[in-house]
Design a protein around this ligand. Structure first.
Ligand SMILES: [Zn+2]
Length: 561
């Protein structure tokens, strides 16, 4: 079965609320189609996407779309007679492919289209127009089972959007559907819609034009690189209000797009949440990564998604996650989960994007951790500890967080709370919030607008925190073991003995144990170590206190010689 772990921490909620843990997970069999979708095939390797200029005209009545994607690219090497792999999912079909006013021939292999290209030299730049049309896969349960959503608002008027993370943008437009290749110079989305509706997309509105045939054309564009799955149309009875936020990098244009009948509610509810979000995340992660494109929050019928500079919002104008708290602590009910979580992805997911879906923890783990950081910043650190420990109830340890590479595979839904707990443990062990913050900001600066591997992220953290955390990453990202911290005291309680067990070889998570009056820092290993304790340090070795900050099982083994 396929885990529904896209974007929002919903998997966590599903697992928590419906006894999901009892399900057995079958080994997934990968097909040739998975390899075509998930790897850099020779037909993908020779070209690099520079821009997507997409035009789409949806027909609400027949649930069909007609469109074109003009793909601008450079040949990174001579194509040497190689085809160009273009992804577009059935039942949509490619109608024609035009290069320099000439039609190119192509063949179809399931969801992949092989286009016969003329000879193209290394470093040459081209633009190919791909025209397509047909029925578009309809979203069954967005945002997880994605596709095109043909909804109605509560007054029965058309309300459309798309969700396609994991599934891929090729569900609705032809592209190179691989996370590693973002259009370097941005993208535009032009929508032709009934003139009674408003069409919104990522970035900034370029123009609106009346077509005098009952339709209007809207063109939107971003200037920054963007993931394919983040380019999204929003079409409905939208109205707008806006403001300017004074952020770290200057003035940030903030736009809110909501259904007309929700305007007043939105005006009082959304801005304070957005301000808190920006305040907290710019502090921890650095400037919002897309000032040029602005920040938009756009109401949708589904819960929400991190679409770059055009964040989807469907959380009913209420704190929590549709009225619930995944942590069970109450702290999740004091802020709007969708505004905070989905916006957190602007840094981890949109600014720093993983090349392979297998490394998706970098998106979801850090973004889940952004919730803990947010609570610490807006409320207090005790609340942040409680929340972080609380979300552990969603961890199933069914399979590793990092999945298989090159087949568009996703790891366990644990990729939300488990890496978040790992990061929190690293931070507590480090006991230097300023250094920890500089590393989070450094990640966003070093990998600004880039696609990365988990290895790059892991190495950066170890190097800049000046400690080799590689076994800590292996433990939490690549195994399903919960490490055990064993300890016991000498009879006179003046000495403590401790070690790790049930862990990968070399697991070395540092622990800083603190109370109001005492503090010690230890680096346990699989070998027993001992420490002489001052009187007020004995109390630091207390199961609940250790487990509150560290995702380990703390076990006091009783007095031994
Ligand atoms: Zn997410």
């Amino acid at each position: 079965m396929r885990l529904k772990s896209e974007c929002v921490a919903i998997s966590l909620f599903i697992f928590s609320f419906s006894g999901y843990a009892q399900q057995t997970v079958k080994q997934k069999i990968f097909t040739h189609a998975d390899t075509l979708r998930g790897s850099i095939t020779p037909e993908r390797a020779w070209w690099n996407v520079l821009r997507y200029d997409i035009t789409v005209k949806p027909d609400y009545g027949s649930k069909t779309i007609t469109g074109r994607n003009s793909i601008t690219y450079t040949a990174v090497k001579d194509n040497a007679g190689k085809m160009m792999q273009v992804d577009l999912k059935e039942p949509l079909v490619i109608d024609s492919v035009i290069l320099n006013n000439k039609k190119l021939s192509y063949s179809q292999e399931g969801n992949v289209w092989h286009v016969k290209m003329p000879q193209q030299k290394q470093a040459s730049k081209h633009s190919v127009d791909i025209f397509y049309s047909g029925k578009v896969h309809e979203a069954i349960r967005p945002p997880w089972d994605g596709g095109w959503t043909w909804a109605k608002d509560s007054l029965g008027r058309p309300w459309m959007t798309v969700t396609c993370q994991g599934l891929g943008a090729s569900i609705w437009y032809p592209c190179k559907d691989h996370q590693s290749d973002e259009p370097d110079s941005g993208a535009s989305l032009t929508m032709i819609v009934p003139d009674t509706l408003v069409a919104i997309a990522n970035g900034r509105l370029q123009f609106r034009k009346e077509n005098n045939d009952g339709t209007a054309t809207y063109k939107w564009a971003v200037v920054n690189p963007i993931s394919n799955y983040c380019i999204i149309p929003y079409i409905g009875k939208y109205v707008n209000f806006s403001e300017t936020y004074n952020g770290e990098k200057g003035k940030l244009d903030v736009n809110y797009w909501v259904l007309d009948y929700n305007l007043e509610k939105a005006k009082s509810y959304m801005p304070p949440e957005v301000h808190n979000m920006l305040k907290s995340f710019e502090h921890w992660f650095g400037p919002y990564p897309f000032y040029e494109d602005g920040y938009q929050l756009i109401e949708t019928s589904h819960t929400g998604m991190e679409h770059q500079s055009a964040v989807s919002y469907g959380n009913w104008y209420k704190p929590g996650y549709r009225g619930r708290d995944g942590s069970g602590t109450g702290w999740g009910m004091k802020w709007d989960f969708i505004i905070i979580h989905e916006s957190g992805h602007e840094w981890f997911g949109n600014n720093i994007t993983t090349k392979d879906l297998a490394d998706m923890w970098v998106h979801e783990g850090f973004t889940n951790y952004s919730e803990t950081l947010f609570i610490g910043q807006i409320f207090n650190e005790d609340a942040a500890d409680a929340y972080n420990a609380g979300i552990r109830r969603g961890i199933k340890n069914d399979k590793p967080v990092v999945a298989k590479y090159n087949v568009n595979d996703q790891g366990s839904g644990d990729m939300y709370p488990k890496p978040s707990n790992m990061l929190h443990a690293i931070r507590h062990g480090l006991d230097n919030d300023e250094l920890f913050r500089q590393v989070l900001r450094g990640l966003n600066k070093t990998f600004y607008h880039q696609t990365v591997t988990t290895q790059q992220v892991e190495n950066y953290i170890s190097k800049n925190l000046k400690f080799d955390y590689s076994k800590v990453f292996d433990q939490y990202l690549r195994t399903i073991q919960i490490p055990e911290f064993d300890f016991y005291f000498s009879r006179d309680k003046k000495k403590v003995f401790y070690r790790y067990s049930n862990c990968v070889k070399g697991f070395n998570l540092p622990l800083t144990l603190k109370s109001g009056t005492a503090k010690i820092r230890i680096i346990p290993s699989e070998q027993w170590k001992s420490l002489l304790l001052k009187e007020n340090e004995t109390e630091l070795f207390e199961k609940a206190a250790i487990e509150k900050k560290y995702y380990v099982n703390a076990v006091q083994t009783g007095v031994k010689k």
